[in-house]
Write a protein that binds this ligand. Sequence first.
Ligand code: 5GP
Ligand code: 5GP
Ligand code: 5GP
Length: 209
Amino acid sequence: GYCAAQDYDFFYLVLQWPGSYCNTKQSCCYPKSGKPAADFGIHGLWPNRDDGSYPQNCNPDSEFDPSKVSDLLSSLRANWPTLACPTNDGVRFWGHEWEKHGTCAADVFDEHGYFQAALRLRDDLGVLRALTAGGVNPDGGYYTIDQIKGAISQGTGFEPYVECNRDESGNSQLYQLYFCVNAAGDSLIECPVLPRGRPCGKRIEFPAF
Ligand code: 5GP
Ligand code: 5GP
Ligand code: 5GP
């Protein structure tokens, strides 16, 4: 079988706020299973190096096989929903993430292990709970980066990198959160290096979904 030496130092666990993916000029499409819950969904679990570079598409022979994650499909639909158009069941998004990123962590994860790990890590974090406990609610209001990071650090023990995008009116809004995970893929850690995501304005909208 395929075998590769580890070519990364840690992972980014990237979560997306569906309200901020959908209210842009580009808009979105709900998956076949219907409108996802108003909660952070997974974008991906991405192997990364301490110098900021990252491997990708590591094994063209390891195509995504939905039958290998059949026991996780309902959890994937709920917690890793696709919002890209046209409407689809998510297999395209999950397949893209596995083939581009997951195949680069073959030293620790097979396909099932990769998806199971991301789902567990997201569950353990409880990001939305931490935000709302800290008074940061998805209600279309505006918050500072310190309020957002403070609430998440307080509630989860880990400070994320916050990436923003713009709503259709051009307001800077909370789009993605980057957390870091050790090379074994089983524990959250402080980030060794920050990603090159789009930064946020002084006032950050947290739109409803
Ligand atoms: P990445 O940014 O991980 O390379 O890939 C994101 C890819 O997955 C894009 O091709 C995008 O169209 C597709 N995709 C499908 N559903 C989603 C979604 O809900 N969010 C994001 N960010 N990308 C999605
Ligand atoms: P991708 O390579 O992800 O297909 O698309 C490139 C960029 O377009 C990504 O930053 C992704 O977030 C964005 N994108 C792709 N599809 C959609 C969509 O349906 N709605 C929104 N709002 N953004 C999208
Ligand atoms: P974007 O340009 O939309 O931020 O990113 C496009 C895609 O490149 C992401 O979906 C992801 O697959 C990959 N990518 C962007 N930044 C990073 C990064 O810092 N680390 C890793 N591992 N992948 C990244």
